[in-house]
Write a protein that binds this ligand. Structure first.
Ligand SMILES: Nc1nc2c(c(=O)[nH]1)N[C@H]1C(S)=C(S)[C@@H](COP(=O)(O)O)O[C@H]1N2
Ligand SMILES: [Mo]
Length: 414
């Protein structure tokens, strides 16, 4: 599964030209003419070889068709995730960058529960409606999937399919109000400009959405900017939805159409089992009928230790500063704890208030260790309703969603 796309790509490159090789590497191969025919540039042997446009070289690339990449924990140390470290989850092929012109980009709002149908250019959207900036956490529903057993198919995300950026855009509710929302509206759905892996132009790679009450929240944005700059190409340039706290699959990229629906949206990947979990917990390995799978809405409470890196070595007697982030779907995080004795006892961490609703919060602590040896630091967040992260894997589900088990890092005291 892992790297399948990459080895296909290698096959492709073997048959391809030197130009293709240079393109893949992102620069000229200076002595290319001396490269023996049977050899590939060695840099292509590593996952890191892919120059994802605008992405940090330490991002872990899980797949190259479609492109999926996550950040190792230490890259996510800042309170605001920079564009080059923000994970990428694609279901299809992004629109050609050269085909995207923000000056002619339009978004259309229509659907059976829309009073009118309206099209706005990106510039009209920016000028007509008040602009807002919020720090919003996006996490892929499948983040943490690789831990599930029996394993679930799909991208084997570890911990890095999450980020919190400062998004600027207009409130979806302001735009919906301008179009007019009928009283029978229950859902919105999105359409993006990416194309299906099959190449079939009639198929959408993904077309999901959110219940109308989520669409109407103040923090639900149609956004054109991440951290004060245009959206990174792979994160939806020039326009996307951002619904903090919901599975990031709801936040449509390369956005060009929103439909206001009088029923739950029925676009691609809305139907079971995609982005659904068993309505009631099941034993691991259970085959769950589609009718018993429920749509994921608010994500569960979770946290991530971003400093130090796992494997850190410190001198005995030293104090170790530890920090990271915690988030809780639609809720806030109310408490943060750490353990150095595999969960037998827990100490309280410092915890900041969120910058705004749906932004992740920062925790920190200075840890002392009793003597030399190997330790693990476990981090556990508790949400505003009193629900805490589980220490072991939570409810197994067929597609491997919602793993919010405590994050663990290793430290050596020498
Ligand atoms: N048009 C479009 N929107 C999309 C997707 C996609 O493949 N195409 N993937 C979704 C999924 S599953 C996730 S987790 C998020 C990922 O957003 P990011 O790539 O900006 O991190 O985008 C969502 N929006
Ligand atoms: Mo996702």
């Amino acid at each position: 599964m892992k790297n399948k796309g990459i080895s296909n790509r290698r096959e492709f490159l073997k048959n391809g030209s030197l130009t293709a090789l240079s393109l893949a590497i992102g620069m000229d191969i200076v002595f290319a003419k001396n490269l023996p025919n049977h050899l590939l540039p060695i840099i292509l042997e590593t996952d890191k070889a892919f120059n994802l446009p605008d992405k940090h070289p330490e991002m872990t690339v899980l797949n190259d068709r479609p492109i999926n990449a996550e950040a190792p924990a230490h890259l996510l140390n800042e309170a605001i995730t920079s564009g080059d470290r923000f994970f990428v989850r694609n279901n299809g092929i992004p629109p050609e960058k050269s085909s995207i012109d923000p000056n002619t980009w339009t978004i259309t709002i229509e659907g059976e529960s829309a009073v009118n149908s309206k099209t706005y250019t990106l510039n009209e959207l920016k000028g007509k409606f008040k602009n807002y900036t919020y720090q919003l956490t996006l996490e892929c529903g499948g983040n943490g999937r690789k831990e599930f057993n029996p394993p679930a198919k799909g991208n084997q995300w570890s911990i890095g399919a999450v980020g919190c950026a400062a998004w600027t855009g207009v409130r979806l509710k302001d735009v919906l109000a301008d179009v007019g929302v009928k009283s029978n509206a229950v859902y919105i759905g999105y359409y993006g400009k990416d194309t299906h892996l099959s190449g079939d132009p009639k198929k959408n790679p993904i077309s999901r959405g959110v219940p109308i009450n989520k669409a109407m929240e103040d923090e639900s944005l149609i956004a054109w900017s991440m951290n004060g700059e245009p959206l990174p190409y792979l994160n939806g340039y020039p326009l996307r939805l951002v619904f903090g706290g919901y599975p990031a699959s709801c936040s449509g990229k390369w956005l060009h159409k929103i439909v206001i629906r009088n029923k739950i949206h029925d676009g691609a990947k809305m139907a079971a089992p995609s982005y659904r979990v068993p309505c009631k917990p099941v034993p691991p390995g259970t085959k769950v009928p589609n009718e018993e799978m429920c749509i994921i809405e608010s994500m569960p409470v979770k946290s991530l230790i971003t400093s130090p890196k796992t494997g850190a070595t410190i001198q005995v007697g030293q104090t170790l500063p530890v920090s990271g982030h915690a988030w809780a779907g639609d809720l806030a995080v109310k408490a943060m704890h750490y353990s150095i004795d595999f969960g037998a006892t827990w100490q309280t961490c410092e915890l900041t208030a969120p910058a705004n609703r749906l932004a992740w919060q920062q925790f920190s602590s200075n840890i002392k260790f009793p003597k030399k040896g190997y330790y693990e630091i476990w981090a556990k967040a508790t949400d505003s309703e009193g629900k805490a992260q589980p220490m072991v894997l939570p409810g197994w589900n067929p597609k491997g969603y919602l793993n919010n088990a405590c994050h663990r890092i290793a430290v050596k005291i020498v």
